[in-house]
Write a protein that binds this ligand. Sequence first.
Ligand code: NAD
Ligand code: DAU
Length: 350
Amino acid sequence: MWEKNILITGGAGFIGSHLVRLMVNKYPTYRIICLDKLTYAGNLKNLTDVDNAPNYAFVKADIVDAEAMKSVFAEYEISDVIHLAAESHVDRSIEGPMEFVMTNVVGTVNLLQVAKDSWKGDDHVFHHVSTDEVYGSLGEDGLFEETTAYDPRSPYSSSKASSDHFVRAFHHTYGLPIKISNCSNNYGSHQFPEKLIPLMINNIVNNKPLPIYGKGENIRDWLWVNDHASAIETIFSKGRIGESYNVGGLNEWTNIDLVKYLCRLLDKKLNRAEGESEKLITYVTDRAGHDMRYAIDASKIEAELNWKPSLKFEEGLEITVDWYLKNTEWTNEITSGSYRDYYDTMYQNR
Ligand code: NAD
Ligand code: DAU
């Protein structure tokens, strides 16, 4: 009955929920099956606007559970996978790498195995969503290209690099029709406030210290989450099998400049005196093994698939800040309880 049955893993997370929304609305003849373990980072409230769509289904399951994956593939006749489920936070991977190995490596191999055993013929896609962190850290110049050698340096990026290698190995060894995308730092609504931008917004709003790691000179290349979702949709529908595509914003900021920009924006939005929020900036002990600079060369996806970011960073940041100011309940709910323990562990003695 459905033209395709697309499994989106990690669909209740930050990027996944934006992608699920895009796919459900854009493809009414495809059934979108959102699968998520609902860890601390997964939240069904991210998906309330698609809950009742006829082409949407939700399954709570762990990708590490092979039997559960087999049943989902059989019950929903899964034709394609867009795989985002992962442990995604670098700082948490430094505190405890094993969860990252389990979900990001073992979970990915599980899914690959089930897809390989279930699919006959070529009319399938296994799209693996990965990160630019697999390429390591850049100096002052240069950009990550698809041909840049892998050089992961944190437990998180090592687990993602390993999963990328397994995805490619399943293509080369078994002919599984795969695609990989490697994206730079995302920002936008519904991002868990452990990541830089939502953490800083939340702390500015609540007049709490703004913890800058080291000197704040590390550089990230920021992309609006909806632009990442549209890049994934573009690669999934038009990209070549067996290929990798880098996705990024050509939008490099040092952490300190970005946090100062957020302070100025929020001073205006909160009717504070100019410079008031900046007083909250506190330099803290650096992240262990902190990668200096990430920056993406996205010319392949632009030339081949005609994809480009749609928004300027300043526009995207304002939309994001407005969303957090309007949705304080969403943030308050997830920052009570275990988030407080997390925050204390990470920041109290830093
Ligand atoms: P997130 O942490 O917000 O969401 C991850 C989701 O995966 C959550 O809903 C969680 O419940 C789910 N999940 C975790 N373990 C699972 C398991 N064992 N089984 C099933 N579901 C599980 O992450 P995000 O920022 O939305 O990132 C999504 C993907 O995109 C990840 O693979 C990440 O590596 C990649 N990525 C993220 C960024 C970024 O800037 N956030 C950039 C590039 C790539
Ligand atoms: O590059 C893509 C990656 O971007 C994704 O694969 C990851 O899933 C995602 O978490 C992100 O990783 P980063 O480590 O770059 O993101 P994070 O938001 O944790 O940190 C961004 C920068 O801000 C980094 O240089 C560390 C710094 N930072 C972060 C936090 C949370 C601070 O200075 N203070 C903080 O409190």
